[in-house]
Each structure stands twice: as C-alpha cells, then as structure tokens.
Design a protein around this ligand. Structure first.
Ligand code: CA
Ligand code: CA
Ligand code: CA
Length: 192
C-alpha cells in the first residue's frame, strides 16, 4: 500500500520542482554605487553629480550614465525586466533620455526605449529584457543617453532593479529526481 502512495507524491514533487521559478532581483542604487555611477539617494536631486545633463559625455559607450548589474546565472531565464526609477524626466515637454543595454555577442549597444516621467517627480520605467538573457547571465550593462535630443534637459537616477525569473536546468531536475529516488529507495528498504 505504501508504494502506491509514493507514486503520486513523487509525481507531485517533480511537477513542483520542474516548474518552480526562482526570482532574483539585483538592485543598483546609492547604497551600492560604484565609482562614476552617481545613483542619487532617495529624494529629488537637482544638484551635481546626481543631476546629469547631456554634456557628461555623449551616447552609449561614452555614456552620460553607465552601470553594470551583477551577473544572474543558474537556470533558464523565463522573464526579465529592468526597472529604472528616475527623477525629473520632462517627458511631456520633450525631454528624451534613451536607455540601451550591451549585447555581448553582437559587441554593440542595443536601444530598448526611453525614460518616461514627469516634471520634478519620480517615475519607474519597466523594460522587458528577456531577449538579453545571455547578457544578464554575464552581467547586464546599461547606458542612458541623457537628453538625446539636445534640448538642455537634465535628469537624476535613483535606482535600477533587474528582476529575473528562472527555472532550474534539466540537469538540476535530474539531480533532484535522483535524490528523491534515493529517498524512496531508502524508505522502501526500511519498510521491508
Ligand atoms: Ca546625452
Ligand atoms: Ca524639470
Ligand atoms: Ca528634466
């Protein structure tokens, strides 16, 4: 009778393990600034170095703003969003702040969109970066071209969250399965 109970249990566990998604969030903000990253602490920032203009150095690669997220590895990435919180993006008035990420295999920056926001207010923009799973595994590089249209605008950045959901690789499932099989075998042996 006990053996009959193990089969549905094993099946249920396998389904749970094989679909269980692991969520990882890597945050860049003022608490873990690297040199030259200039994430402002919480609050509105209209002073240097947090308040940054087009004249900080140009487009991606010579960026007004550049930083790199920690590499997120392990499993198959099923969703990934880059959530950037900024202050004072005068989007409605024509301020253009373009976000790009680095494609390691293409050896090129790829534009993923613009920041949207309000005058003298905070806004969080969410960009889908699932197509950059291999780049996320190596450490996603982000560049923001502030005031790409050259209108004399400035912006502060507060935080960048890289949210990644991943499921274990088949090799991990196999290890889990072998472990379970071992447990079952042990139980059966004891039951004898
Ligand atoms: Ca610029
Ligand atoms: Ca403004
Ligand atoms: Ca602005």
């Amino acid at each position: 009778m006990k053996k009959l109970l193990f089969i549905p249990l094993l099946f249920t566990l396998f389904i749970n393990f094989s679909t269980a998604a692991v969520v990882t969030v890597d945050t860049k903000n003022s608490s873990n600034n690297a040199a030259g990253e200039f994430f402002g602490p919480v609050g509105g920032h209209t002073a240097s170095p947090f308040y940054r203009f087009d004249d900080m150095g140009g487009g991606p690669g010579s960026g007004d703003w550049e930083y790199i997220h920690n590499a997120i590895v392990g499993g198959t990435i099923t969703s990934a969003s880059l959530d950037i919180t900024s202050y004072d993006v005068d989007f409605a008035a024509g301020e253009v702040d373009t976000v790009s990420v680095w494609d390691y295999s293409a050896v090129a920056w790829v534009e993923i969109g613009d920041l949207a926001g309000t005058n003298n207010g905070f806004n969080t923009d969410s960009f889908d970066v699932l197509g950059f799973a291999d780049d996320i595994a190596m450490g996603l590089r982000v560049a923001i071209n502030i005031d790409a249209a050259g209108g004399g605008w400035a912006v502060s950045l507060t935080q960048s969250d890289l949210n990644v959901t991943a499921v274990p690789e088949p090799s991990t499932w196999l290890l889990m399965g072998l472990g379970l099989a071992g447990l079952v075998a042990l139980r059966k042996k004891k039951a004898v």
